[in-house]
Write a protein that binds this ligand. Structure first.
Ligand code: FAD
Length: 545
């Protein structure tokens, strides 16, 4: 009977592993991939998606197209029962728990981003890991340019035109290079923005950028980016962030509306929940990629700690978290699964990096291939050729190539497609003195104070002003519930504070369906404003009489 090989994750490691197992075992294996998305993301191209040189749909490939002969289940992995050899997933619209059995399990769930160690970063930084992240960043940059073009307020313009990227590794440098190209090529459409007003900053905590590359290439990258007006601060990290400012570990306060974090790779919560041995936040495997203590569970890619030598202990003794390695690991894990089914000895994973390439945007790059170093246009061209060849599937390759040709022949589009609807609930960090909102601003939701202290100043109808100080547990901005579209008060932080904003529609839905909340606000609004209130969602009749 065919053996069931179940692969968790449809990224570089999972997708290539599933294909290789099927290719090696054919009808002897029943291969299934479980992935929360039904497409494969080619992450090295994400900075180009963010910069608009490649359309989002063209940087991804449907897993069903890439995985011929493999069953694809779009579902979220929830847990694994290793004794019963069952994976439980949530699938479908109802998110029903479904049990999927296996004979051999391959865990390739990648990593996630955790920015919680730096105050404010989780709430205010954009990340660069998924297709949605790249789309969001492009929309965000265009939105900032639109705002800078029309604002009359110099402070607001400065914040809108200051773009910060945290992390000077591959993804940080490629992201900043591409983002600067997008800005430079878009400025011709924004006559009120002078190129000298744009500030782009990279913060790297180490003493140099591109730590994985030879120093000579990293120096070249540094000089090239600096020449293009990108300010690189090395030995500097982030101390804290708000929606309008970033404070560096060097003490500089940067007014910025754009913080892109390319740092903070962390184990995904599901990997930690699996009850597998964990080493430095990754699944501990032996040199054959078999999970320590389990004969039928394998792990590879970014979520696995794969030793490249016996008694590995230093960082360099383990396989690095790169696509290049994940693809090679996939081949080896497939070979070892086949060997294990046939009762043959397993082989350790052995691979030497073939080099590294980074695009710096604006047709410049750095590359080291088999010991040879390239810089400038030739390195950039090499980068493009390498990744074109590396892309899975002829259709994806053709689409990316066409995108690149069109991008070379035409200006960058500054169409602003809204990347998302407003989040129902979001958190905001404020530093002492920051304005939360001003009288007359558009009202967007109801606020509650989580930490800190704030001052609410309201202008009364008789021209007098009322001031009240509020703290954790208090709320403000509830006048939106009367259908008011503008703020009637000015709120500012008296000390470093954190607030939660519940978007108007989400709040009204919540109040309508959650009786204690409705009853609390009905009483509160009757006492404070003398109004009878019942929740009514926007578009319906006015709620307060
Ligand atoms: C911006 C950027 C640029 C990069 N550039 C390069 C480069 O130039 N060269 C290079 O070699 N490497 C590069 N990398 C690194 C490379 O992309 C990763 O090492 C590689 O993607 C790791 O593959 P993986 O399969 O382990 O993880 P991933 O590709 O992250 O795949 C994880 C998979 O697991 C799925 N998943 C996760 N949780 C669940 C769940 N609960 N249920 C179901 N499915 C789940 C995901 O949907 C995904 O399919 C870059 C990374 C980034 C972010």
């Amino acid at each position: 009977m065919a053996q069931k090989i179940l692969v968790l994750g449809g990224g570089f490691a999972g997708m290539y592993a599933a294909n290789q197992v099927k290719r090696r075992l054919g009808a002897k294996a029943d291969v299934e991939v479980i992935s929360r998305d039904n497409y494969f993301v080619f992450q090295p191209l994400l900075p180009e998606v963010a910069a608009g040189s490649i359309a989002p749909l063209h940087a991804v490939s449907p897993l069903r197209e890439l995985l011929r002969g493999v069953f694809v289940r779009k579902a979220r992995v929830e847990s694994v029962d290793f004794e019963r050899k069952i994976v439980t997933v949530f699938q479908g619209v109802q998110r029903r728990p479904t049990e999927v059995p296996y004979d051999h399990l391959v865990v390739a769930l990648g990593q996630e981003v955790d920015l919680s160690r730096m105050p404010g970063l989780t709430d205010h930084a954009l990340t660069m890991k998924t297709l949605e992240d790249a789309r969001r960043l492009r929309a965000h940059v265009i939105e900032r340019l639109e705002h800078a073009e029309i604002t009359q307020l110099p402070d607001v313009k400065r914040g809108a035109l200051t773009f910060t990227v945290i992390g000077g590794g591959f993804s940080g440098i490629e992201t900043v290079g591409e983002m600067k190209e997008l800005i430079d090529r878009s400025l011709r459409f924004y006559p009120n923005v002078d190129p000298g007003e744009v500030r782009v900053v990279v913060l790297e905590f180490a003493h140099r950028i591109l730590g994985e590359m030879p120093e000579k290439l990293a120096d070249y990258a540094h000089r090239t980016l600096a020449r293009r007006g990108i300010e690189i601060q090395t030995g500097v990290g982030v101390a804290s962030a708000t929606g309008t400012q970033l404070v560096t570990t060097a003490g500089e306060v940067i007014d910025t509306r754009t913080i892109v974090a390319t740092i903070g790779n962390a184990p995904s919560p599901i990997v930690l929940r699996l009850d597998l041995p964990i080493e430095k936040g990754k699944i501990a495997v032996d040199r054959t990629m078999r999970v320590t203590g389990r004969d039928d569970v394998w792990s590879l890619g970014d979520c696995a700690m794969i030793p490249m030598k016996d008694n590995a202990s230093a960082r360099g003794d383990f396989a690095p978290p790169t696509a290049q390695f994940a693809v090679r690991e996939a081949r080896q894990v497939a070979e070892n699964i086949a060997a294990s089914l046939e009762g043959k000895p397993l082989s350790p994973f052995v691979y030497a990096s073939q080099g590294a390439l980074a695009s710096l945007g604006a047709r410049r790059g750095v590359a080291e291939v088999r010991g040879m170093q390239f810089t400038g246009f030739s390195a950039w061209l090499l980068w493009r050729m390498y990744y074109l060849a590396f892309l899975p599937g002829i259709a994806t390759r053709a689409r990316v190539l066409i995108n690149w040709i069109l991008d070379g022949l035409s200006p960058r589009s500054v169409v602003h497609l809204r990347a998302e609807t407003p989040r129902d609930i979001r958190h905001h960090q404020y530093r002492a003195g920051d304005r939360v909102y001003e009288r007359g601003n558009r009202a967007d939701g109801v606020y509650t104070v989580i930490e800190g202290a704030l001052e609410v100043r309201r202008m009364n109808k008789d021209g007098t002003e009322t001031t009240r100080n509020i703290g954790p547990g208090d709320h403000f901005g509830e006048r939106i519930l009367f259908g008011e579209t503008r703020r009637g008060a000015t709120v500012r932080a008296l000390e470093d504070s954190r607030v939660m904003v519940i978007h108007e529609e989400a709040f009204l839905n919540l109040a309508e369906g959650f009786a204690p909340l409705q009853s609390y606000f009905s009483d509160y609004l009757r006492e404070t404003h003398g109004l009878d209130w019942t929740p009514s969602r926007p578009g319906r009749k006015n709620a307060a009489q």
